[in-house]
Design a protein around this ligand. Structure first.
Ligand SMILES: [Zn+2]
Length: 436
């Protein structure tokens, strides 16, 4: 057999329908696809052979909700109220955002994501074409959306029509790209008028693309929607016929029984962001209930300003523990479920489950390799337990996206990390000047 990349001696977690685990496994890639998984073939040739040295081989993680340019705002202000944080720090900076800053912040995040095992991300921010350019340069897979709302945008200005035009331009520009996918991004039900939400639905349907929205994140949002419309944000979106399988709803923290039924019946995809919800004291999303009902719940970090990193290993660990303590039941959110949230459920949430999210012949080669020959990963009785409760982002030593090695022996192949860090530090100085 002929491969472009062969991975040998790996503990392969396929995350396929049977959740097969293969000891001393071998995986072969040709061009952008996985063409072989199983025992090492007797006779093969490969352009590159990766010796996993009994390390774990699994699908690259999907960060299903983030705002990657916000890495440049990481740690800017902490331990204050959300209102203060937004009004004194985030909004004044976002008013001055420019494409160059967004591009540098995006490159920094792409480097961080690749180095911690993420191969696909779902983003909403401003100047999203810069996010796409950075992802393209990094060789990362993504679903991006320009944030739309009733307030002036640093990108499209005061006229929402320009926001729609920018979104349509993004869709057109990236439509045949193998890695970059575009969605429509209404910010929230309370920052977007009914008119925007109806238009967003029309654009998404016309192009058959997902809608990304923040939904039912805080108690204040629930109250505001009740005061204005007399219903929950989910009921409101249901009345506008926006709930559906193409809706990617971040957070979904404050839900009543009827909301849960609506999410389930409309096959809405939910993204859980436990660290952000904890840090901003938003509340605890009823994730075990949603999973029990069969709702697809993926995992996200949200932006680095409210997390403060993009490491899905930490997010998995937190997701598992948060719900165990919240329910006072150590059996909820078991390790296999949590790893699925970061892989196959993430792929499903983004509408990509046919091409990524599991290691299967015919799927795109988005693969990570973990070095398990480390004190904190020995002994390794069960790889799922080790991944969720012991492993960290830095354990990832190889990352392959769409059949291309983007990190080899912990060295980034596509990005110049020294230059990116230098540029990011310069932008941080600029940001400090803006606030002084
Ligand atoms: Zn968010």
């Amino acid at each position: 057999m002929k491969f472009s990349i062969a991975i040998r001696d790996g503990l392969i977690l396929t995350l396929d329908r049977e959740n097969r685990v293969i000891q001393n496994g071998f995986l072969g890639v040709l061009e952008d696809k996985i063409i072989y998984i199983g025992e090492e073939p007797n006779d093969f040739s490969s352009d590159e052979i990766i010796d996993a040295k009994e390390g774990i081989v699994l699908p690259g993680f999907v960060n299903a909700h983030t705002h990657i340019p916000m890495s440049l705002l990481r740690g800017l202000a902490e331990d204050i109220s959300l209102k203060q944080w937004l009004e004194k720090y985030i909004f004044p900076i976002e008013k001055r955002l420019n494409p160059e800053l967004v591009y540098t912040g995006s490159l920094l995040s792409c480097a961080e994501m690749i180095m911690s095992g993420t191969t696909t991300f779902c983003d909403m921010y401003f100047f999203e074409d810069e996010v796409a350019k950075a992802a393209k340069e990094a060789g990362m897979r993504c679903l991006i959306s320009e944030g739309l709302f009733d307030f002036p945008s640093p990108n499209y200005g005061v006229d929402i029509e320009d926001g729609y035009r920018y979104t349509e331009w993004l869709i057109e520009k990236w439509k045949n790209d193998p890695l970059i996918n575009v969605a429509v991004g209404p910010h929230t039900p309370y920052t977007c008028s009914e008119k925007i939400l109806r238009k967003v639905k029309e654009i998404a349907e016309r192009h058959n693309i997902p809608i990304i929205i923040h939904l039912a994140e805080t108690e204040a949002e629930i109250q505001e929607m009740k005061d204005i419309y007399g219903k929950s944000p989910i009921e409101y979106l249901n009345d506008l016929k926006i709930l559906g399988p193409n809706l990617i709803a971040a957070h979904c923290v404050h839900l009543n029984k009827k909301d849960l039924e609506l999410l389930k019946n409309n096959d809405v995809k939910v993204v859980h962001n436990p660290e952000c919800n904890m840090k901003l004291a938003s509340g605890i999303s009823p994730v075990p209930e949603m999973l029990n009902m069969g709702i697809c719940v993926a995992l996200g970090t949200d932006g680095s300003a409210s997390n403060n990193n993009l490491d899905l290993f930490q997010e998995m660990d937190t997701a598992a523990k948060l719900h165990k303590i919240s329910k006072m039941d150590p059996s909820v959110m078991d390790a296999v479920t949590v790893v699925k949230m970061a892989t196959i459920y993430g792929a499903k949430a983004l509408g990509m489950e046919k091409i990524i999210g599991s290691l299967e012949v015919g799927k795109k080669a988005d693969i990570i390799v973990l070095d398990t020959n480390k004190p904190h990963l020995v002994p390794l009785y069960n790889p799922f337990y080790s991944i969720v409760y012991s492993a960290i982002g830095a354990d990832v030593i190889y990352s392959i996206i769409n059949g291309k090695v983007v990190m080899r022996e912990k060295e980034l192949v596509t990005l110049d990390i020294e230059r990116i860090i230098k540029d990011a530090k310069q932008w941080a100085d600029q940001i400090k000047d803006w606030l002084s």
